[in-house]
Design a protein around this ligand. Structure first.
Ligand code: SAM
Length: 241
């Protein structure tokens, strides 16, 4: 079954559209296209592709019903020539791609195991396993959703270690919905929050869509501001960097 959270998908899509437009020259996506980890039903990104001429997205999803739904969404938007989706693992499929930019609203549910209502949403014990794996890859630019309850400071530290800086981000609160409230997920969120490695209150958490870059063409580092927007302090060594 495809991921279904309109508020989260819309925030990802709107923020992604802004970032791609604002940094079109620096990211130069018109040259090599972009790749996407996790298509879902494509409702988040199909409208962005339709509204941004010249944008080409090659996407992968491990969930077969999502791929079927995504192909229908892409056809409805009339962008099948510029937005393609393949069934399979992003890391295997994208190896050797000429793209330098990856976009993703990654799986970020923290839980002890992946036996969840939607197993494809599992982000490992801390929620950031796939994002950390992405940051360990060859990408020059990563446009990604970062959730406040999924060890975002650990993610920012790993990003800095891998040579990424935070160029910009758009943050908003989201309700803890049915996926986050699955009992073993919610219990793990509370553990991370209690350990100071995440933030969520009774009803909500924060999500930011951030542009991380290794490119010298984009200056500055907003990592401390991003941690603040996610309600967490950044460790002093990183804040001073
Ligand atoms: C949070 S959903 C995001 C879907 C869509 N981008 C959106 O924002 O509405 C994450 C998606 O990543 C997919 N996924 C998980 N692991 C993956 C992997 N290794 N390769 C490709 N897709 C993956 C899941 O099946 C799920 O559809």
């Amino acid at each position: 079954m495809p991921f279904d959270c309109t508020a989260e998908s819309q925030h990802f899509g709107c923020s992604l559209g802004l970032v791609l437009r604002q940094y079109a020259r620096e990211l130069d996506w018109a040259r090599d296209g972009v790749v996407e980890l996790g298509t879902g039903d494509a409702s988040a990104v199909a409208g962005v592709v339709a509204g941004v001429p010249g944008l080409r997205v090659r996407s992968w999803d491990v969930d077969a019903p999502s791929v079927v739904a995504a192909r229908a969404t892409i056809a409805e938007h009339g962008v099948g020539d510029r937005y393609t989706v393949e069934h399979g693992d992003f890391f295997a499929g994208s190896a050797g791609s000429p793209a330098r930019t990856v976009i993703t609203n990654p799986p970020y549910l923290p839980a002890p195991d992946g036996d969840l209502e939607l197993p494809g949403l599992w982000g490992g014990p801390d929620g950031n396993a796939l994002l950390l794996r992405l940051l360990d890859g060859p990408w020059e630019h990563v446009v990604t959703a970062v959730a406040s309850y999924a060890d975002p400071v650990g993610t920012l530290e790993a990003a800095a270690d891998a040579g990424y800086r935070v160029t910009s981000f758009l943050a908003m609160p989201l309700e803890l919905g049915r996926y986050s409230r699955e009992p073993k997920v919610l219990a793990r969120i509370r553990e991370l929050v209690d350990a100071g490695r995440g933030w969520a209150d009774e009803d909500s958490y924060m999500v930011a869509v951030a542009l991380l870059t290794r490119s010298p063409a984009l200056r500055g580092d907003r990592a401390a501001e991003l941690a603040g927007a996610l309600q967490l302090p950044l460790v002093p060594a990183l804040a001073a960097a």
